[in-house]
Design a protein around this ligand. Structure first.
Ligand SMILES: Cc1cc2nc3c(=O)[nH]c(=O)nc-3n(C[C@H](O)[C@H](O)[C@H](O)COP(=O)(O)O)c2cc1C
Length: 213
């Protein structure tokens, strides 16, 4: 399961903001008391040598949200609860995301789904990549998530990174990823960064239109 609260800033490469045209900040949403933290930290490690973006862990355990308790849909932009405002500020700070999800009964976790449902504008026009794990690699959870993030107007990239509970974990609990996954992760991260750059222009144009209205 996944999603976070106080960000755990990882040591990865932290490029200076100044002088980098395409400097990006991306969140890896994941980590839980099960296998999620090890997988999310592996993603951060893969991203740590990048010079075009800073990736940080957004651990959902740090951002505990009750079952959705806003009175109006998030798309109305009328957040009333302090926890919603805190979560909105957290997510607003990122240009793109890598969602780390297990698969439960062919879907993602309730916690991650709620974390997505709480907000709207903060997700719009941002890139989304996926890393999944489960008995069947979490593929159905990701297919489900693609529909959800599509409704949130995110750009979901195509490269999958899927871990098998049988082949990439010892005793279903110790993460020992096969070497082939690093190449897939590199492609996925490239896609997230390039789409995040492209979508930043969409957000800028939308902000200008709002200001002009
Ligand atoms: C209630 C439950 C349902 C599950 N359903 C699926 C499933 O539909 N497909 C699958 O590939 N794995 C399934 N699994 C295996 C989980 O994906 C696996 O145990 C994973 O490590 C759970 O994530 P976590 O360790 O981060 O909690 C299920 C596990 C549980 C506990």
């Amino acid at each position: 399961m996944t999603a976070t609260a106080p960000r755990i800033t990882t040591e990865p490469h932290m490029p200076a903001r100044a002088g980098r045209m395409n400097w990006l900040r991306a969140g890896v949403l994941g980590a839980d008391d099960g296998n999620g933290e090890a997988v999310a930290r592996w993603v951060l490690e893969q991203a740590s040598t990048r010079t075009d973006a800073e990736f940080e862990l957004v651990d959902l355990r740090d951002h505990p949200l009750p079952n959705l308790d806003e009175e109006v849909p998030a798309s109305m932009g009328m957040y009333s609860q302090p926890h919603t405002k805190e979560w909105a500020a957290t997510i607003a700070a990122y240009d793109g995301f890598v969602f780390v999800t297990p698969e439960y009964n062919h879907g993602t976790t309730g916690v991650l789904k709620d974390a997505l449902d709480y907000l709207y504008a903060e997700w719009n026009n941002k890139a989304a990549g996926f890393v999944s794990y489960g008995s069947a690699g979490g593929v159905r959870a990701v297919e489900h998530l693609r529909l959800v993030v599509g409704e949130l107007q995110m750009g979901d990239v195509g490269q999958p990174v899927q871990f098998s509970l049988f082949h990439d974990f010892e005793n279903f609990s110790t993460f020992v990823p096969g070497p082939q996954h690093a190449a897939n992760a590199a492609v996925m991260l490239d896609q997230v960064v390039s789409w995040a750059v492209a979508l930043a222009t969409v957000r800028e144009a939308a902000a200008k239109q709002t200001m002009a209205a």
